[in-house]
Design a protein around this ligand. Structure first.
Ligand SMILES: [Zn+2]
Length: 290
């Protein structure tokens, strides 16, 4: 692996926990308005991008799985694209985990915010479990939706097949959870549906320090946070996703706590404050270093 291909890895302390964020990869995508402003005029979206010093015709989407070392558990939250993504330069979670000094065999828990391909692609590696000693934690509602045969012949068929190959084989080692359930000590799940039918966020707390892992609740740090009601192409239930976005980020803004958004600009950790009808994003700097 050349230096240029080494995965960026970012590490910080959250109380007595160590959080390692890995950039699994990135994609460059055309026409940002089609993804983040599906119910807006393209010019409206382009103006907001240019007002915020961003290119108007393309955007960069990044992927940020994370590893939480609680001292008693090593928890991987979401697994990136895995091997199928590697030909496009993605799928770097395992390399990042090793760069941070961990071995895949040390991972005790793999927790999933939801079951889209960029979150479950890294569950298997060459047909074998990527984290051979781990147990798994996934949303009951989310798993029931994607594993259901009723998805055949619908827009969700691709996702259904991927869940059958990447999640179902681990069902016996999976704890299926719902609202308020614990992932491990210090990590609690909350439903934030809309992006997918059982999408969850994880609230992490150690020694009074808090981090909410928001998964795909909001996926553009300007467009979706400043305009929580703008429709996002990848949100399956757009109204419900907007409602979850408002509820989760209202809580994060009110409590003034950090969040890690899977598609936020790497290292994907920041804060929000209420601003007009939306939120202003403030990237993390040295808040956890002092
Ligand atoms: Zn995603």
């Amino acid at each position: 692996m050349t230096a240029a291909l080494l995965p960026p890895v970012h590490q910080f302390k959250l109380g007595s926990f160590t959080v390692t964020v890995v950039r699994d990869g990135l994609s460059i995508i055309e026409k940002p308005w089609e993804t983040f402003g599906a119910n807006q005029q393209p010019e409206t979206v382009q103006k907001m991008l240019s007002d915020n010093f961003l290119p108007t015709d393309r955007f960069v989407n990044t992927y940020a799985p994370a590893i939480i070392d609680t001292g008693s558990d090593l928890v991987v939250v979401d697994t990136g694209f895995g091997k199928p993504g590697r030909e496009r330069g993605n799928g770097l979670l395992l390399a990042g985990l090793k760069a941070a000094g961990y071995a895949p065999e040390q991972v005790t828990v793999v927790a999933l915010t939801h079951l889209h391909g960029d979150h479950i692609g890294g569950m298997v590696e060459d047909g074998a479990p990527a984290f051979p000693n781990a147990r798994y934690v996934a949303g009951r509602k989310e798993y029931d939706f994607w594993s259901d045969k009723a998805r055949e012949g619908t827009a969700a068929e691709g996702g259904h097949k991927l869940v059958l190959s990447n999640v179902t084989p681990f069902a016996e080692k999976t704890t299926f959870i719902g609202e308020g359930d614990q992932v491990v000590a210090g990590m609690t799940a909350m439903l934030a549906t809309g992006h997918t039918p059982g999408h969850m966020v994880f609230h992490v707390e150690s020694d009074g320090k808090q981090l909410v892992m928001t998964g795909d609740t909001a996926n553009h740090y300007i467009l979706s946070l400043q305009n929580p009601d703008w429709e996002v192409r990848f949100d399956m239930d757009k109204a419900q996703a907007a409602q979850s976005r408002r509820r989760v980020f209202d809580m994060i803004a009110t409590d003034r706590i950090a969040f890690l958004g899977f598609h936020m600009p790497f290292p994907a950790v920041g804060f929000v404050e209420k601003n007009g009808s939306g939120f202003r994003y403030v990237p993390k700097s040295y808040q956890f270093d002092l």
